[in-house]
Design a protein around this ligand. Structure first.
Ligand SMILES: NC(=O)c1ccc[n+]([C@@H]2O[C@H](COP(=O)([O-])OP(=O)(O)OC[C@H]3O[C@@H](n4cnc5c(N)ncnc54)[C@H](O)[C@@H]3O)[C@@H](O)[C@H]2O)c1
Length: 437
């Protein structure tokens, strides 16, 4: 692909559309408002706090990313969402219990104005919850058209010059790619025929992409990972990316595993278990939704460690992931990892990680960065799969036939080099021989 010759300026408002107004969405929106009002820092957000080195190490040029690339300003963001429950963003945030009441109180008037639009929902895909705020239609195609109307209305009422959608809805039951997902025409036919392999998230994705709106997928659902949507993204010049926000235990895995591999330490096994008590945990009690999540979590180690290249080190690795719904924990998840590694001459060692983490606190800045970078990508004329945003995902999307990069440090380099490339700066290889000539 050619380097973008010109990036359109971030003029006017950027509307953010959120299918799913639960823990992650509301923590994101509340956080943006607290930051805009100077009441908190956007910790965890690369777009807000990150810098980027340009040129040689001796040049001392490390601007803030937000000063280097033309990103939308936080003050220009406005929000809308859909949910199966009628709670406004304040009520939903209070239910989710991520942010403390003092913080929520400061943004209550703002959050209370964000009321969910009716959702396109199918109980077969999320079996353990049900709600009253649901669209009605003859078939899935009609529901998708209603979502398109919602998008057009929001564009008008918010007076946004650009929009971005980020799926923050529940994890849906596992769906395999089928023939109905292979072309845009077959997808529409299948929507009209209420085909069981068309998940609600695909309706939002179809509506967004065909409205020219970039779509990021925060859940492990298939959604935009199908040729039909990818073709539409290309035709409508829309960036897409996914899937499954990289937070918590998987974030730790993609930090630790590249280190073991870099030092050629072997791995006999990695056992991961979690307890969590939020709605996401409740949804994941259903075996269908858990399978979708499990697939996303398991693939990470295989790709990082490459057992086919290192059979003596990683050929016999046992990798298990468990998630247990335990209501007293709420959103404050606890994830244990028992890692059986071996070193010189095969001598075994163990590493235990006990991460008392806050999932939505880790996910909210990811939503912000994705929204801002997807908008940037669209203004730069980039369309289709945005692999440079792999940094944010457990199961990064790639071109067909290409294996994904899971190593957080490769992903970070890829992201920053993409920004340098977009702006016509030299890429950084870390070779550094020039300092010794
Ligand atoms: N919290 C994290 O760190 C994290 C990490 C990775 C991925 N995720 C994924 O992000 C998503 C959101 O997580 P969360 O913790 O906010 O979950 P949540 O359960 O608090 O929120 C999801 C919301 O989506 C709504 N919903 C379900 N189906 C819908 C539909 N068809 N249309 C509109 N709304 C719908 C639910 O009613 C719920 O309010 C989940 O899929 C989760 O797996 C979260």
């Amino acid at each position: 692909m050619e380097k973008p010759s010109k990036i359109a300026p971030a003029k006017g408002k950027l509307g953010v559309l959120l299918p799913g107004m639960g823990a992650v969405s509301t923590t994101f929106m509340a956080g943006v408002e607290l930051v805009r009002r100077g009441k908190a820092q956007p910790v965890g957000s690369l777009t807000q706090m990150g810098t980027i080195r340009l040129g040689k190490r001796t040049d001392a040029r490390s601007p803030l990313i937000k000063k280097f690339v033309p990103l939308a300003d936080l003050k220009d963001l406005s929000f809308a969402g859909w949910d199966i429950f009628k709670d406004n963003a304040y009520q939903s945030a209070a239910n989710a219990g991520v942010l403390n009441p003092q913080d929520l109180e400061k943004v209550k008037p703002f959050l209370s104005t964000i009321k969910p639009m009716k959702a396109a929902f199918d109980h077969d895909f999320v079996r353990l919850i049900d709600g009253p705020n649901i669209k009605k239609g003859k078939n899935k195609y009609e529901l998708a058209l209603q979502i398109k109307e919602d998008i057009a209305n929001f564009r008008k009422t918010s007076r946004a010059s650009r929009l971005v959608t980020c799926w923050c809805g529940s994890t849906e039951s596992f769906v395999k790619p089928e023939d109905v997902h292979s072309t845009p025409e077959k997808l529409v036919e299948a929507m009209k025929a209420n085909h069981p392999a068309i998940a609600p998230s695909m309706l939002y994705a179809w509506a967004s992409v065909t409205s020219g709106v970039p779509f990021a997928n925060g859940a492990p659902n298939l959604t935009v990972d199908i040729p039909a949507i990818q073709k539409l993204a290309h035709d409508h010049e829309v960036p897409i990316c996914g899937k499954d926000f990289k937070t918590g235990q998987t974030l730790m895995k993609t930090i630790l595993a590249p280190g073991f591999k870099a030092r050629m330490l072997g791995l006999d096994g990695w056992f991961s278990t979690n307890i969590l008590g939020n709605r996401d945990g409740e949804v994941l009690e259903d075996p269908g939704s858990f399978k979708t999540k499990e697939e996303s979590k398991l693939s990470v180690l295989e790709y990082i460690l490459q057992p086919q290249l290192y059979p003596q080190l990683y050929g016999k690795m046992h990798h298990k992931v468990r998630i247990n719904y335990y209501p007293p924990r709420g959103d404050n998840k606890e994830g244990w990892d028992n890692i059986d590694i071996f070193g010189w001459l095969g001598y075994p060692m163990q590493i235990k990680v006990d991460f008392l983490c806050r999932d939505s606190i880790l996910a909210a800045p990811i939503v912000l960065d994705l929204v801002l970078f997807m908008d940037l990508a669209q203004r730069a004329g980039m369309r289709g799969i945005q692999e440079w945003l792999s940094f944010y995902f457990k199961s990064p999307m790639t071109a067909p036939g290409l294996y994904p990069e899971h190593d957080l440090f490769i992903q970070s380099m890829k992201l920053k080099n993409t920004l340098r490339w977009m702006m016509g700066e030299d890429l950084i290889t870390h070779l550094g021989q020039e300092y010794y000539d």
